[in-house]
Design a protein around this ligand. Structure first.
Ligand code: ARG
Length: 457
């Protein structure tokens, strides 16, 4: 008979059992379920709700059960629905009535909330460590190629020269915000849900503070109904992971472009590429492409979770069992990306000559010319027009911007002097962008130092 079978006179249909089970995926929560049950039974004993010897027996047997699951020596069956009922049944099987006391003052509704919160806390900690390693890999690439210059793009058109390190630091910043989002999410996960019962709390004199302390939560949830219905923290985590996925997909796209024949800015190590089964010459950036693709899965999981919770009446509804697969998949996917992407970035070789050559198109320094005019007190909009006319003149006369004489330049920019002819070097263009957050080498060095210090703290 099922653990809840007292009021039933017929067995569940076989296909219903298969339909409603969740143990095939929630079994991964078993260690947290064991920890939770140990803390819960210790609390029940300390409050005089069950005998201390019973709690001791339960704790000992939970260790045995955990070991059996560790060793693959534990049978999972769809009839027992989920991991919670598997572990409780195993306790009862081993301890009889003593085991039947573990579920006192507890529901699977607050139990699953507990297990998942503990799981999520531990995963967030790992994810944060993984993202920080990713940042470190990017920083090491920044240091190795600190003075490489490439064209910065807007609209995928050459815009202005920037340091390659500046470009990578943009991703370090994004990943830094991803970490902040995860840390912030953690503070809301870190509430003990156990003790909420099915939805209304318990008539028994339980001590939630005891359990909070034992399980290392910072706080205790304040409303039992909210507690068993709440999946906000999953939505937040999936949002943080989807945003991380978007950042990875953008970096992937940059890398894919950079190693295309058209750009030829970088070369990925052979270990991170694959070939074509037909075209012998191919070396494809599959890791970046798969990562770009995997971000779609994470976004999908976020959409699933949002849709799952929308319009659900209070409190627990079985729909919520569907929360786990997207949650697990998003976490697994993010961790998979983190298991390869940082290494790929670390080992990437930079083709500085090609980058510099692409950044040496004098047209990329047109803004520098306009800003030079501002220094001569020309209003910026007028300066912009003059330089625009200069660019057009060059185009009409089939010349590069740095191939004109001063006289020719003065046709469209009457204020120009000799110094204007020296403005077309990408190196000095970059050096002049000294404002805080700009791409000048000193600024970039300062940012690299900031992140290095931040990440070693
Ligand atoms: N397997 C369920 C879930 O994942 C656990 C809670 C079930 N509660 C219930 N009353 N059926 O959500």
């Amino acid at each position: 008979m099922a653990l809840w079978g007292g009021r039933f006179s017929e067995d569940t249909a076989k296909n219903v059992t298969e339909f409603s089970e969740s143990v095939s995926y929630d079994k991964r929560l078993y260690k947290f379920d064991v920890l939770g049950s140990k803390a819960h039974s210790a609390m029940l004993a300390s409050c005089g709700i069950i005998p201390q010897e019973t709690a001791n027996l339960i704790t000992k047997e939970l260790d045995v059960i955990e070991k059996r699951i560790d060793d693959g020596d534990f049978e999972f069956k769809a009839e027992l629905e989920d991991i919670h009922m598997h572990i409780e049944s195993a306790l009862i099987e081993a301890l009889g009535d003593e085991g039947a006391r573990v579920h006192t003052a507890r529901s699977r509704n607050d139990q699953v909330a507990l297990d998942v919160r503990m799981y999520v806390k531990s995963e967030i900690t790992e994810l944060i460590a993984g993202i920080k390693d990713f940042q470190k890999a990017l920083l090491s690439q920044c240091e190795r190629n600190g003075d490489a210059i490439l064209p910065g793009f807007t609209h995928l058109q050459h815009a202005q020269p920037v340091l390659f390190a500046h470009h990578l630091l943009a991703y370090v910043e994004m990943l830094g915000r991803d970490v902040e989002r995860l840390e912030s999410c953690y503070t809301r996960v870190d509430y003990l849900p156990l003790g909420s019962g099915a939805l209304a709390g318990s008539t028994l004199p339980i001590d939630r503070e005891f359990v909070r302390e034992k399980l290392g939560f910072s706080k205790i949830t304040r409303n039992s109904m909210d507690t068993v219905a709440d999946r906000d923290y999953m939505i937040e985590l999936l949002n943080a992971l989807a945003t991380f996925g978007i950042h990875v997909s953008r970096l992937s796209e940059d890398v894919i472009l950079w190693c295309s024949q058209e750009f030829n800015f970088v070369e990925l190590s052979d270990a991170f590429c694959t070939g074509s089964s037909l075209m012998p010459q191919k070396k494809n950036p599959d890791i970046a492409e798969i990562s770009r693709g995997k971000s779609a899965r994470i976004i999908g999981s976020l959409m699933t979770m949002l849709t799952l919770c929308k319009g659900l009446p209070l409190t627990y509804n079985r729909d919520l069992q569907e929360d786990k697969e997207p949650l697990f998949d998003a976490i697994d996917t993010a961790k998979k990306i983190l298991s390869v992407f940082p290494q790929m970035m670390l080992e990437m070789e930079v083709n500085r000559e090609n980058m510099l050559e692409a950044a040496s198109d004098p047209a990329l320094m047109a803004t520098d010319v306009a800003e030079k005019l501002v220094e001569l007190n020309v209003p910026f909009r007028n300066a912009h027009h003059r330089v625009g006319a200069f660019v057009k003149w060059c185009k009409d006369n089939n010349k590069e911007l740095n191939e004109v004489s001063l006289k020719e330049m003065q046709i469209t920019i009457p204020e120009a002097n000799e110094e204007f002819l020296t403005l077309f070097s990408p190196v000095s263009s970059v050096e002049k962008r000294q404002c805080f957050g700009g791409t000048a080498p000193e600024q970039v060095k300062e940012q690299i130092e900031f992140w290095n210090n931040f990440l070693t703290d």
